[in-house]
Design a protein around this ligand. Sequence first.
Ligand code: TYD
Length: 154
Amino acid sequence: METTLVLLKPSCVQRGLIGEIINRFERRGLQISGMKMMQLDDEILRKHYAHLVNKPFFPALAGSMKASPIVAMALTGVEAVTVVRGMTGFTNGRRADPGTIRGDYSMSNQQNIVHASDSPESAVEELSRFFAPEEIYQYNHALAGYLYATDEAL
Ligand code: TYD
C-alpha cells in the first residue's frame, strides 16, 4: 500500500467541487487516510513549490493557492501515487484528457483544481509537510477484498 498527498485547491473549493472530487477518489477505491481544511501561507508554498519559486508565474501561483482555504487529503491504495496522478491529468486543464479531473473541470494551467504528489518520494515528503503523523489514520478498509485480488493488496 502507498499513501499520496492531494490538495483540493482554491479553484476546487470556491467552485463548490469538493464533494464531487472526493467522490471520484472514493469511487475509484482509494481510502481516505487523512483530510483537513487549511489556509496556506508563503512559507509552506515556497517549500511545496520549491522547484518553481524562480519561475515568473510563481507569485501568481502562490496568490492562487492562498486565495481561500484548501483541503488536504492523504489517499491510500496500491500504487496510489500513479493512480491519483493518472486521475489528475496533464497540468494545463485545457490539454488534459477528458475523463481526468483537470480534463473534466479545468480550463487553466494554474486554476487546475488539484495537486497530487508526482512520485513515492515526493509523496512521503509532502505528506509530512501537510500532516502531523497522528493526523494520518491506518484502518482496515472494509471493502479491500472486493477492491483487490488476494495477491494485490499487500
Ligand atoms: P507542476 O509541478 O509543473 O505541475 P503539476 O501540478 O501537474 O504537478 O506545477 C505546479 C503548479 O504550478 C501547477 O499545478 C500550476 C502551476 N503552474 C502555473 O501556474 N504555470 C505553469 O506554466 C506551470 C507549468 C505550472
